[in-house]
Design a protein around this ligand. Structure first.
Ligand code: SF4
Ligand code: SF4
Length: 282
C-alpha cells in the first residue's frame, strides 16, 4: 500500500485506539481523543507559506526552511522539491466537552485539564509514530514543533514560528473563528498536528476557502462563553487577556486535579461550532 489519505487516517486512528498515551489515565481511562480523525495535505512550496511570513512575521518558517534546517542538522542531503505538509485534527472526547460545558464558569473541568496536559503528549507521540512509520517505508519526515532548537515562540506577539492550525488551514481542513479556534468538520473542540514529509502527496489547497474566517457564522456564542471578555466582534480574540486568564488557572488545576497545567477552552464548548462546521443562517 502506498501512502495516501487513507493510510494516514488509519495509522492515526489505530494509534489513538491502542496507545496508552491516548487514555485519560488520571480520570477513567477513556479516550482523550476520539479515533475519528481527519487529515489534509498541502504542498511544501504552496505560496500560502510565504503569505504567512507577511501576515504573521518574517520569523515564521516555511516548510522548505524547516525541512532544510532538519536535513542540515541530520547531515542528510537537502531535497525540498517533493515536500508535503500533512495535517490532522484530533477530536476531543464527547464526555470531556460535555463536562467542560456543565462544570465550569471560570476554570476548566478535570477532563479538560487532563486533555490539555496528557492530550498534548499524545499529540506529540502521534507525530513521532507517523514519522517512524514513514521511515519504515524509506520516507523522511519531521515535526517542526518537536525540534527544540528550531521551534520558537515570539513572546511579543504570542505567535510561534510554526503553527499547526495555520497548516490545517493551508491544507483545506477548515477556517479560523472569532475566538481564533479552528473550525472544521470535527468541530472547534480539538487539538491538531502537522508534520513535513519528503513525499509528493495530492494537495488539498483547492478546498481552502479564500476567507480565513469562512466557516465562522459570527453567532457570538464564544463571546458569551468567555469569562474574561477576551473575545469581541470588533477586535476578535485578545491573546493577552486570554493568556492571562489561562495561565491564572494553574493553581486551581494543581489543587483540585493534581496536575501542573493551565487550561480554559470555555469558548470551545457550548457553541455552535463545537462539533461541526455550523450552518450559515439562511
Ligand atoms: S462560536 Fe460562533 S462566533 Fe464564535 S467562532 Fe464559533 S461560529 Fe464563530
Ligand atoms: S480560552 Fe478561555 S479566556 Fe481564552 S478566549 Fe477562550 S474562553 Fe476566553
Amino acid at each position: 500500500m502506498g501512502i495516501n489519505k487513507d493510510w494516514f487516517v488509519e495509522k492515526i486512528n489505530y494509534f489513538l485506539k491502542n496507545d496508552e498515551s491516548n487514555k485519560m489515565k488520571m480520570v477513567d481511562n477513556s479516550f482523550i481523543f476520539d479515533p475519528d480523525v481527519i487529515v489534509g495535505f498541502v504542498s511544501g512550496d504552496d505560496p500560502i507559506f510565504s503569505e504567512y511570513k507577511k501576515i504573521i512575521g518574517e520569523f515564521y518558517l516555511t516548510p522548505i526552511e524547516a525541512y532544510s534546517w532538519y536535513c542540515e542538522r541530520k547531515g542528510i542531503p537537502i531535497s525540498t522539491e517533493n515536500l508535503s505538509v500533512v495535517t490532522y485534527i484530533l477530536p476531543i472526547n464527547k464526555k470531556t466537552k460535555e463536562e467542560n460545558f456543565e462544570y465550569s464558569k471560570v476554570n476548566p473541568s478535570e477532563r479538560w485539564a487532563n486533555t490539555r496536559l496528557f492530550g498534548e503528549q499524545a499529540n506529540v507521540k502521534t507525530q513521532t509514530h507517523l514519522i517512524d512509520e514513514l521511515k519504515k517505508l524509506g520516507i523522511n519526515a519531521m515535526a517542526p514543533t518537536q525540534e527544540k532548537c528550531l521551534f520558537k515562540i515570539n513572546p511579543k506577539i504570542w505567535a510561534s514560528n510554526w503553527s499547526h492550525r495555520h497548516c490545517c488551514f493551508a491544507s483545506g481542513l477548515g477556517s479560523f473563528g472569532l475566538s481564533d479556534g479552528f473550525i472544521n468538520s470535527r468541530g472547534k473542540a480539538m487539538r491538531c498536528g502537522s508534520i513535513i514529509v519528503d513525499y509528493t502527496l495530492p494537495s488539498d489547497a483547492a478546498k481552502r476557502p479564500s476567507d480565513p474566517y469562512e466557516y465562522c457564522i459570527n453567532c457570538g456564542d464564544c463571546i458569551d462563553r468567555c469569562p474574561v471578555n477576551a473575545i469581541t466582534s470588533k477586535k476578535r480574540h485578545d491573546k493577552i487577556i486570554c493568556s492571562n486568564h489561562v495561565m491564572g488557572t494553574i493553581p486551581y488545576i494543581k489543587k483540585n486535579y493534581g496536575i501542573n497545567i493551565y487550561g480554559c477552552g470555555l469558548c470551545q464548548v457550548g457553541v455552535s461550532c463545537e462539533n461541526e462546521i455550523p450552518k450559515k443562517p439562511s
